[in-house]
Every structure is written in C-alpha cells, then in structure tokens.
Design a protein around this ligand. Structure first.
Ligand code: GDP
Ligand code: ZN
Length: 314
C-alpha cells in the first residue's frame, strides 16, 4: 500500500537522504529522482537539510526500498555555502533555520571580526536570526575583561544577542541550551573555537548517538558527508557545519550591503542622498552615527572591506 507523508530532511549525503517526521525522531532513508520543484519558487533546487518534503513509500521505507521525495515545500529561509570558485551556482547548506549559532573566541583562535561580520551579513540577507556565542571565557582572565566588554558593546550595540560561555566552568551553557531547545539551530564558527565541546556540554549523550546513526544508515555515504541534523535532549535540533569557511552572499547587490548591518539600516533613511554608499557622500547619516560612536568603527570597517571585496569580483 502506498503512503504519503510530510517529513523533514535530517541528513543530506548527496543522492541519499534521511527524513524524519519532526518533531518525532524516526529517521528513514529516502531518495530523489530527477528534479523536484520547490513550491512557490518556480525553480528546481537541490534538497537541503531542514527542507520539509512530501514523500511516498510502500509499507516501511528501508535502504533497499527508500521513500521517494516527491515535492519540496516552500522554505521560509535558507543559507548557501560560500563558493570558492566564484561560480554563480549556490549550494544550499540548510533550510528553515530558527537561528544560526555563531561561535567565536577572542583568542585561541584569535577573532577575526570581518569574518564574523560576513557571517552576520549572510544571516541578515537570508533571514536567519544570528546568536553570537563568545566561548572560552575562562581563558580571558581579568586582563581581557575590557576586551570582552568591548566585544559585547560592539555586537549588542548592533542589535545582536551575545552569550558568553565556557565549557570548562559551565558558564552560559544553560542559557545556550535554553536558546537551542526550540526549533532548528545551525552551529557554525571557525575550527578550534569549541563547537564540538559546546555540543557535548549541551547534550552529553550526543556524539555516540550521531555516530550510530551514520553507521546504520549511511554505509558508503559517509565519505561524501554533507550536512546532518541531530536531536538535542533539551528538545531542539542542531546542524553542524564542519569545515565551513563562511556563507555565500549570492543574490544581492553591493549597494544592498548596508541594509544587512542593522545599526546602519536604522539610520540610513536619514542620509541626504539616497541611494548612499555611506563612504564619501555629504550629509551621510551613517557617517554621522559613526562620529557619534553609535556605529562601531570595527563594524564600519568590515562594511568598507565588503564593498571593496565585492567590487573586485564585478
Ligand atoms: P571545534 O573545532 O570548533 O569543534 O572545537 P573543539 O570543540 O574541538 O575545541 C577545540 C579546543 O578548544 C579543544 O582542545 C577544547 O578542549 C578547547 N575548548 C573548547 N571549549 C573551551 C572552553 O570553553 N575553554 C577552554 N579553556 N578550552 C575550550
Ligand atoms: Zn549614507
């Protein structure tokens, strides 16, 4: 007997997928044949983790008789991977995200604000809510207290939530867990900032569980490991982005960049000239806000860097 079911993609291994009828965690294999239309977009898209799909199967889906993905339901947002070869083809990493948890450290590894700002701009451009996690607080000591304060001042001032955490002392872990206990979170950040350690702190039962899932369902597929989500014992779902070096920014124009800096967007309608690049124009409200200290020089520099970098590729 043929069944039709709405489910969420929880693992994407290229041509093989695992689906689960979330919030229930009962992953089963599925495949995609040919191109499937993404509802409402008029175009075909590769299926991504987090996509809600309609699938069909006979009896019980298995490795030998996987469910067939018939339709991808409309996404409320998605993130794409930064393309390395400057090709225009965007690779969708994940869809329907409730937040992106961006982990950074002041040191070990040393923070690169333009990199963080680029991720934030991608999140703004694609409608994904960012949550900044400043990890390894235990390492900064009293000497770095001012720097922690300064970091918070920049990003809370811009309008972002910042949670300070330490896997060593447990500081901030409960707060992070409560943020992640609802919906789907994407975990990102440079290698070495403590993403895996944080996940283990959030849910100590986790790593063996994901390992088991891969072993059972993905023989032969793990080498092309793409993205997968896993359930957290606190209730939410998490997607790791191993080795990700930032998100892509395809699909919008350089002139729109300032609109993805919330603190610039707030004042930009008061610029004398519209459109304004907020670089050299007289009567620029963004530069006035910068002079008054309402926009941080660090964020403004990242903005200039992005304009310059984008200019090179046009
Ligand atoms: P990932 O590459 O982002 O997944 O980072 P890992 O979780 O592998 O952590 C990298 C290193 O940082 C490991 O040696 C961890 O033990 C260490 N680490 C992670 N979180 C903390 C923290 O809060 N405090 C300190 N002192 N070390 C941490
Ligand atoms: Zn301006």
């Amino acid at each position: 007997m043929k069944h039709t079911l709405e489910a969420t993609v929880v693992k994407n291994a290229g041509s093989h997928f695992l689906l689960s009828p979330l919030p229930e965690w009962k992953p089963f294999p599925a495949v995609l044949r040919g191109k499937v239309r993404l509802e409402g977009s008029g175009s075909t898209n590769p299926v991504a983790v987090g996509d809600r799909v309609v699938c069909e199967y006979e009896d019980k889906p298995s490795e030998t008789a996987p469910a067939l993905i018939k339709e991808i339901l409309e996404r409320h947002n998605h993130l794409v991977r930064r393309s390395t070869n400057l090709s225009r083809r965007a690779h969708v990493i994940a869809a329907n995200l409730d937040r992106a948890v961006i982990v950074v450290t002041l040191y070990f590894p040393e923070i690169k604000l333009p990199f963080l700002d680029r991720i934030l701009v991608s999140c703004e451009a694609y409608g994904v809510k960012p949550l900044i996690v400043l990890n390894k607080l235990d390492l900064y000591g009293v000497e770095a207290a001012d720097e922690v304060e300064h970091f918070r001042h920049i990003y809370e001032g811009a309008g972002y939530k910042v949670i300070g955490t330490s896997v060593k002392t447990g500081e901030g872990i409960d707060e992070l867990r409560s943020e992640c206990s609802k919906g789907l979170s994407l975990l990102t950040g440079e290698s070495g900032v403590g993403k895996s350690s944080l996940v283990k702190a959030l849910d100590p039962s986790l790593s063996p569980k994901t390992g088991e899932l891969s072993a059972v369902h993905l023989q032969g597929c793990h080498t092309t490991s793409l993205y997968e989500m896993y359930p957290l014992s606190c209730g939410g779902f998490m997607i790791d982005t191993p080795g990700l070096r930032g998100f892509g920014l395809s699909g919008f124009e350089t002139e729109e960049t300032a609109a993805y800096f919330p603190e610039m967007l707030r004042v930009a309608d008061r610029c004398r000239f519209i459109p304004c690049t907020h670089t050299h124009e007289p009567g620029c409200a963004v530069k006035e806000a910068l002079d008054r200290g309402e926009i941080s020089p660090e964020r403004y520099n990242s903005y200039l860097g992005m304009l310059e970098e984008d200019g090179k590729f046009r």
